[in-house]
Design a protein around this ligand. Structure first.
Ligand SMILES: [Zn+2]
Length: 360
């Protein structure tokens, strides 16, 4: 489904023209660093307390706008730290265009050290394009969709990067991921090129069906209503990054962000070519980027992995077992397909339904 048809099909999509409430970032003076709190819709204390911390590094020279968002899941930190340090190191006099960083999108989940917002139980990364009069997370999504992604030229972002980690329970390959849109080949190619420019070890594209997202319930884990979908609605190329929580990925992210700015011709220089360790494109039925759909635990138990990240997996291979507290195996998790293991839980007690091995 192409972009125009997706906009028509999604009952929550609103034309941003006339809906943009405020956007201080578009007025940030050139050659300076501007910090401000971007309000979210809602005239109440909680909404005011959950405003978005934004830094704008506006280059002295004109150029594209790069939109970087961190903390959609507030219990992920390498992404937040890498964004902080990247913005602090940027010299506006050497920058062409503008880098707009939203330091933490789900302030509510950050303050509660959780993946989802405590105020509404929502995963922000599943509620785009949001609702102006919805729950807290839906209103945050609305602000990001309308006030940032929805800006018309010359403020329209040239690229969005949604910075994540695998979260405290998982480990995985540091990656730049992107959606493959069969109906939008130019957008797909821009996302592929941006991912390859990052120098991150895994570049992973996965087919995405916008029609599914447009018809899905807001907030449903399999909805596909991610920030990448929000960018699709705005016709903006978008990629997302993942790394192992507590695994040192902030440095890879900082290097990757610098390379992306060179790629977007916002900084002088050329990127030394770095071939990814693996470059994977998943299309068809297994294409979905929703990692939670992989090898779900059939019952709760102590997860004992038998494989390592980056292992080449053959269908039927034992990925790990689920044990009881005596050490007896209650379930074996065997690979349902061939591929590369890019993520799995750390050794821990897992609940039923937790993904035990992402093989792509
Ligand atoms: Zn995340």
């Amino acid at each position: 489904m192409d972009i125009a048809a997706t906009r028509r099909a999604d009952p929550y999509y609103r034309d941003p023209a006339g809906e943009i409430r405020e956007a201080y970032w578009t007025e940030a003076p050139r050659g300076q660093v501007t910090r401000y709190q971007h309000s979210i819709p809602g005239d109440d204390d909680l909404s005011r307390a959950r405003a978005l911390p934004v830094t704008v590094v506006a280059g002295a020279a004109a150029g594209p706008t790069l939109l970087l968002i961190a903390g959609e899941h507030g219990n992920e930190y390498e992404n937040i730290v890498a964004l902080q340090e990247t913005l602090a190191a940027l010299d506006p006099s050497a920058l062409k265009g503008r880098v707009v960083g939203v330091h933490c999108c789900s302030v509510d989940s950050y303050l509660n050290r959780t993946r989802v917002a405590q105020a509404d139980g929502h995963n922000l990364a599943r509620v785009y394009p949001g609702k102006a009069d919805g729950t807290l997370s839906e209103r945050v999504a609305y602000a990001l969709q309308n006030d940032f992604l929805g800006q018309p030229a010359p403020h329209k972002p040239a690229c969005l990067v949604a910075l994540h980690t695998f979260g405290p329970g998982m480990m995985g390959a540091t990656l730049s991921g992107y959606n493959i849109y069969p109906a939008a080949p130019d957008l797909t190619e821009a996302q592929r090129a941006a991912s390859l420019a990052t120098g991150l070890p895994l570049v992973w594209g996965h087919e995405f069906d916008p029609a599914h997202a447009a018809a899905a319930e807001m907030g449903d884990d399999a909805s596909g209503r991610t920030a990448l979908y929000a960018a699709y609605l705005a016709a903006i190329p978008a990629i997302y990054w993942e790394t192992t929580w507590g695994g040192g990925g902030a440095e890879e992210y900082k290097r990757g962000l610098h390379r992306l700015m060179v790629h977007c011709q916002m900084l002088e220089g050329t990127n030394e070519p770095i071939a990814p360790r693996a470059r994977i494109e998943s299309v068809g039925a297994h294409g979905a980027g929703n990692m939670a759909s992989h090898h779900k635990a059939p019952l709760p138990g102590l997860w004992r992995p038998e494989v390592a990240i980056w292992d080449q997996i053959i269908e039927g291979d034992l990925l790990g077992t689920l044990r009881d507290l005596y050490g007896d195996t209650r379930a074996e998790i065997r690979a349902s397909r061939n591929g590369t293991l890019i993520g799995m839980p750390r050794m821990q007690y897992v609940v039923e339904g937790m993904p035990c091995g992402i093989v792509v």
